[in-house]
Every structure is written in C-alpha cells, then in structure tokens.
Design a protein around this ligand. Structure first.
Ligand SMILES: Cc1cc2nc3c(=O)[nH]c(=O)nc-3n(C[C@H](O)[C@H](O)[C@H](O)COP(=O)(O)O)c2cc1C
Length: 193
C-alpha cells in the first residue's frame, strides 16, 4: 500500500510525525511532502528537523516500508499526476493557508497539487486541520473541500480512552486516520460496552 503524506506549517508537528510512524508501522510506503514552514514548526515543537525525525522513526520501527521525501516545489514529482497510483493522501497537520489554497484549486505547491489530484481522481483526501478559533473564511473553505470529497478530520484527539500522555492521545487519533484509509490497526481506541 502507498499513501501520500503532506505536512504543513500548522502547529501539531507531532501529528505529522506520529502519522508517519503509524503508516510505516503498518507497512505502508509513504511519499512525504513537507512545506518550508512545517520544517520551521518541527524545529520549534519536536526539537529536530523532519528528516532527522523520519530517520529516527524508521530506525525505531525497523519497518521495511519506504519513505520517499519529495520536494515541495517539484511539480514533476509523481503525485502531481493522476496516472500515479496510490491509496490516498493525508495532510497532517493541515494549516488554514493550505486549506485555502486547495479550496481555490490554485495548486501552487506539490502538497496542494497532490491534494487537487486526489479530489479530481476521487481518491481519499484526509485533512488533519488545526486552527482555533475558525473564521467564516476557514469554515467556507472547509465546506467547499468537504463538498468536493475531502474528509475534514480536525486534529482533535478523543479523551474517552483516558490516554496517559500527549503521544498516546495523538496515536489514538492516528489510528482513526488508519481506520479511514481502511488499514487494520490497534492504534485506535475502540469504544465497546
Ligand atoms: C509556530 C507556528 C504555529 C502555527 N500554527 C498554525 C496553526 O495551528 N494553524 C494554522 O492554520 N496556521 C498556523 N501557523 C501559520 C502557518 O504556518 C502559515 O499560515 C503558513 O503560511 C502555512 O504555510 P503552509 O501551509 O504552506 O505550511 C503557525 C505558524 C507558526 C510559525
């Protein structure tokens, strides 16, 4: 299985990092596209750059899955084309700037172009949006994207599993994203009574 993971410059770099871990742990190959601001936020929130975190995740999981880092400005990269087959795209975390760009269809970078391709090809596009509060402009853009087929999945983890740490909370959320992609997993907390 192959998934495109976009990481934008919203707060919540840990969501991007743990989503990558969730995918490679489940043997999913990843095409990774990071925005320049995502790199800046990763330094601030994770204390290391994205490539260092990717290397650490691959080392810790020992997964045979591949992670291919693609250039944000490279419109010639594979996910720019609908002919490139994959199983869907997540943008995690997803900034309101990226939401706005996808909603207009302007596709000024590879994250937005790959998302645009998912919408036109009717492939899963999951947006782990993070902003609060939301303006009417944000809400209108999110509505437009939802109507176009995107799944709006705010980076808002659940609490009913009583997670004991921030990382546990984030992993439960990432498990739900795997659910949406149809990937069997034990990361999601299953409510049962
Ligand atoms: C530390 C930091 C945290 C930010 N948090 C958010 C956020 O949670 N949500 C958001 O929409 N933008 C946030 N921003 C602003 C975005 O980074 C900014 O809009 C940028 O243009 C996003 O570009 P990108 O989507 O191409 O990464 C944050 C910026 C910084 C530096």
């Amino acid at each position: 299985m192959k998934v495109v993971l976009g990481v934008s410059g919203a707060s919540g770099a840990l969501f991007g990092a743990e989503m990558l871990r969730a995918l490679v742990c489940h043997r999913v190959d990843v095409d990774l596209i990071c925005s320049p601001v995502a790199e800046q936020v990763a330094q601030q929130e994770l204390g290391e750059g994205i490539s260092a975190r990717v290397a650490r995740i691959l080392r810790e999981t020992g997964s045979p899955a591949s992670v291919r880092a693609l250039d944000y400005e490279d419109f010639g990269a594979a996910p720019s084309s609908g002919s490139y087959l994959h199983h869907g795209m997540l943008i995690m975390p997803c900034s309101m700037a990226t939401v706005g760009r996808i909603a207009t269809g302007s596709a000024p970078n590879l994250i937005c172009r790959a998302a645009d391709v998912c919408l036109k090809e009717r492939r899963p596009l999951i947006l782990g949006v993070r902003e609060t509060p939301l303006s009417t402009i944000h809400l209108r853009n999110l509505t437009a994207l939802s109507e176009a087929g995107a799944i709006i999945a705010p980076a808002a983890p659940s609490f009913y599993g009583n997670p004991e740490s921030i990382i546990a909370m984030v992993r439960i959320y990432c498990g739900r994203m795997l659910d949406i992609l149809g990937i069997e997993n034990e990361w999601a907390y299953r409510w049962s009574r």
